[in-house]
Design a protein around this ligand. Structure first.
Ligand code: DCB
Length: 506
């Protein structure tokens, strides 16, 4: 009985083995048919072979892919509490392959009800619990061996670091995401002062050289994103004493600043076009540029329109002024030009500011081919959204001013900035303070924090109004202090202390 069963099993096994061998032989034959001449088997063989090839190349590229690209999601600073978290998320895409990447996107798992508030270098879309992050503008292309960091601010019901569910490179879904994706969390609180990197040796200018605009980002001579952080003088005619080398050095060495803005009013009393001593004003600018240059700092020459509302009103003087300045400082890598501080009143972008800029920019470019030129925007340099829909074309290294006074300008102006950045407009916060739009009144530090979340997450450059001891909230120096450099913390105003802290990165 047992033997009989055993025999039966043996026969079955033998038959199975035969079947396998037969299948293999057929398989080989089909394979052969591909390279052979039998037309009837060719179609079968072709498709069999193609699918094998496809499978093979898919497996191969999957292996290659997990080594070829790497994506990391890092939660930077986060805020809020149970029920409503906000966080800054940065996504680094590393191209380890030997081909340039034109575009990439990632799908992240997020809790339902999450919403993205700001983005940089990418666009986002949330459907249910899938957040699609599509790299755009300067974030999209990653040359071989290169890497790029894009990011966004997101509100979530709970504190999370999202997992990457899938990612795509040049339209092709990539495998090995689990391998490639890694998440880590850093919080600003965790970085203790003693763990901060040593300040770089050498001056800002020695280390970063001539600046350029790439996409919406200001970058240094090495192509690295670079943030200018510093202060604006008050009106040069009114507070000339702060244009001194020690003052600038205090801003550089004690505050950690790398830029000074020289504000020259055009139409207020003592203004360049309203009876001011033009030679004296130009000497102050020249001194300021030279001190900044000796200290290896960047310096902005600001044509501070305000009372004159429309830059076209003093256009003739502006043409002469910028022709002269750009000829004088053509070889200075650290000089930036701000051509109209704050258009306001009835000055529109299309009718006034843009035509003015299109007149002045070529005048500067004739002498200085590549300096950064900052163009003011309507409504006291707030309407960067309007400009984003109609930017100046055919020019490089152009940025657009956005100014804010935190106690007056809140979400709606921040939304304009986000809109502008999303639409590829490079913005520069060339003037701001923490108080109201008059430069006085109480500071709104809560709003100021919100502004700095936006500024720092987008690496925007900024200059704080104003380096003076005027008895107004925005003055950085206590009104009772007559020192013009080397201020102790006690000699700074509330604004001064807050801004110094901010520039220092605390
Ligand atoms: C800007 C100007 C700047 C002005 C500050 C604060 O103006 F670019 O020149 O500075 O913001 O208002 C102030 C000084 C005062 C000085 C006065 C001369 O702090 O010491 O006496 O300039 O006029 C803005 C910015 C925004 C708005 C309005 C003004 N706004 N503005 O949104 O309404 O009318 O000056």
């Amino acid at each position: 009985m047992w033997l009989k069963e055993h025999k039966k099993q043996l026969i079955i096994s033998a038959l199975a083995l035969l079947a396998v061998v037969a299948a293999l032989v057929i398989g080989i034959n089909i394979g052969k048919g591909n390279s052979g001449t039998n037309p009837s088997s060719e179609t079968v063989a072709d498709s069999a072979d193609t699918s094998t090839q496809e499978n093979k190349s898919e497996t191969e590229s999957a292996e290659e892919v997990s080594a070829a690209y790497e994506i990391r999601v890092v939660l930077g600073s986060s805020w809020g509490s149970d029920g409503a978290y906000g966080g800054t998320y940065n996504i680094t895409f590393i191209n380890k392959s030997d081909a340039d990447v034109k575009e990439w996107k990632a799908e992240l798992e997020v809790p339902e009800g999450s919403s993205v508030t700001d983005t940089w270098g990418c666009e986002t879309d949330i459907e249910g619990s899938v957040l699609t992050v599509t790299a755009t503008d300067w974030g999209a292309a990653v040359s071989k061996g290169g890497q790029i960091e894009v990011g966004f601010n997101m509100n979530t019901p709970s504190k999370i670091t999202p997992e990457i569910a899938a990612y795509y490179v040049d339209g092709k879904k990539q495998d090995g995401t689990a391998l490639a994706a890694s998440t880590e969390e850093t919080t600003t609180e965790e970085i203790k002062p003693e763990e901060r990197p040593e300040p770089e040796s050498g001056t800002p200018l020695e280390n970063h050289g001539a600046l350029q605009v790439e996409g919406t980002q200001l970058v240094d001579e090495h192509g690295e994103a670079y943030q200018l952080k510093g202060v604006s003088t008050h009106g040069l005619a009114w507070f000339p004493e702060y244009v001194n080398k020690d003052a600038f050095q205090t801003i550089r060495d004690d505050w950690g600043g790398n830029v000074i803005r020289l504000a020259m009013y055009t139409d207020e009393s003592g203004g360049y076009c309203s009876g001011g001593d033009q030679e004296q004003l130009k000497t102050l600018i020249d001194n300021g540029v030279n001190y900044a240059t000796e200290l290896g700092m960047y310096v902005i020459i600001d044509w501070h329109i305000l009372h004159d509302t429309d830059p076209l009103i003093n256009q003739g003087e502006a043409e002469k002024f910028f022709a002269e300045m750009s000829a004088k400082y053509a070889d200075y890598d650290n000089v930036l030009y701000e051509i109209c501080n704050e258009p306001n009143g009835g000055a529109t972008w299309a009718g006034n500011v843009k035509p003015y800029a299109e007149d002045i920019i070529p005048i500067i470019r004739k002498n200085d081919k590549d300096a950064i030129i900052i163009v003011g925007t309507p409504t006291w340099s707030q309407d960067v959204d309007i400009v984003a829909d109609d930017p100046i074309t055919g020019q490089s290294n152009i940025m657009y001013a956005v100014h804010f006074y935190a106690a007056t300008h809140t979400d709606n102006i921040r939304n304009k900035v986000t809109y502008a950045l999303d639409h590829g407009l490079p913005v520069f916060v060339s003037e701001f303070s923490l108080c109201d739009a008059s430069g006085n009144g109480a500071n709104d530090l809560n709003q100021a924090e919100k502004w700095f979340d936006l500024i720092d997450s987008n690496q925007l450059s900024y200059c704080s109004w104003s380096l003076s001891n005027k008895a107004e909230t925005s003055a950085l120096i206590q009104s009772g202090c007559s020192k013009t450099s080397g201020w102790t913390e006690d000699e700074l105003s509330e604004t001064g202390k807050w801004i110094r802290n901010q520039i220092q990165g605390n």
